[in-house]
Design a protein around this ligand. Structure first.
Ligand code: ADP
Length: 264
């Protein structure tokens, strides 16, 4: 014989379990949704360039392109679409490894001034071609960061590539300054900018602001997702500010050497 208290307890326990089960089910449903969205995005991003290549190949095969000049154009488009597939696969692999904690950083003291200078220099020709100035603004006495140099270069390059893609005139400025235990690195452009609504979603994988941009602004929509993962792996943080029509500023904070305590 059970007392009514015992029965009440049991009923309570069953209720709690039912609630927990429902939460697990909701979570499972959510994960499934995320997975399906992801696969749909990957297929879409792959299908677009593949369909283009297929179409051009068929036209060439059927002898529909008679003039040599036109044929060369077809080859060029096919090449650039293939490169796009390559970029997508590379970015995907990189992001998957980051998300699965399979990336180990080789951390050493890194001179940010030197690194930003080199990166700016490497983008000079591209910027010049578009008539955009590249400026570097870093004080001499900046502390070194404790980071994986190649990965930091990847972060900054991703931001500069975007700045170049989405800026038609003006300048791109790379700056850095010490801020508490971090070095704050900024990439500022005078480009199209990002609306307040889009700003919230900018770090999501596959997110691209769709304004029917010209074909040459091809991206994978994974660049900023990779940036965020890499920054967080460094125990840093990142943020973005923008005024549509005026430009954007991406900021990354990375820990300085002084605050690194090796484990003993
Ligand atoms: P993508 O490969 O498309 O550049 P990202 O993840 O690097 O992918 O960027 C996502 C989207 O954020 C871009 O497609 C673009 O719409 C927007 N964006 C990123 N950087 C800038 C910028 N500097 N100015 C304006 N829009 C930007």
């Amino acid at each position: 014989v059970h007392t009514s208290d015992e029965i009440n307890d049991l009923a309570q326990t069953i209720n709690t379990m039912a609630e927990k089960l429902e939460k697990v089910e909701q979570e499972r449903h959510h994960l499934e949704q995320v997975r399906n969205d992801f696969l749909a995005n990957v297929s879409h991003e792959l299908r677009t360039p593949l369909t283009a290549v297929q179409g051009f190949l068929e036209a060439l095969q059927d002898g529909l392109v008679e003039e040599e000049e036109a044929r060369q154009k077809y080859y060029a488009v096919m090449y650039s679409e293939t490169m796009q597939i390559n970029r997508l696969v590379d970015d995907l692999m990189d992001l998957m490894k980051l998300e699965n904690n399979e990336v180990t950083l080789a951390k050493f003291p890194v001179d940010v001034k030197e690194l930003l200078g080199k990166i700016a220099f490497s983008f000079h020709p591209e910027a010049e071609e578009k008539g955009i100035r590249m400026e570097v603004d870093v004080p001499d006495e900046l502390p070194k960061i404790y980071a994986d140099r190649d990965r930091v270069a990847q972060i900054i390059k991703n931001l500069v590539k975007n700045a170049l893609k989405f800026t038609e005139e003006g300048e791109i400025r790379l700056s850095a300054t010490a801020e508490e235990q971090y070095v704050r690195i900024r990439v500022t452009d005078t480009g199209v900018g990002i609306s307040a609504d889009d700003l919230n979603r900018i770090w999501e994988r596959f997110f691209k602001v769709d304004r029917g941009r010209s074909k040459k602004n091809k991206g994978t929509g994974l660049g900023l997702a990779i940036v965020k993962e890499l920054v967080e792996l460094h125990d840093g943080k990142c943020s973005v500010e923008s005024v549509p029509g005026e430009g954007s500023t991406f900021t990354v904070w990375l820990p300085t050497v002084a605050f690194y305590r090796p484990m003993t």
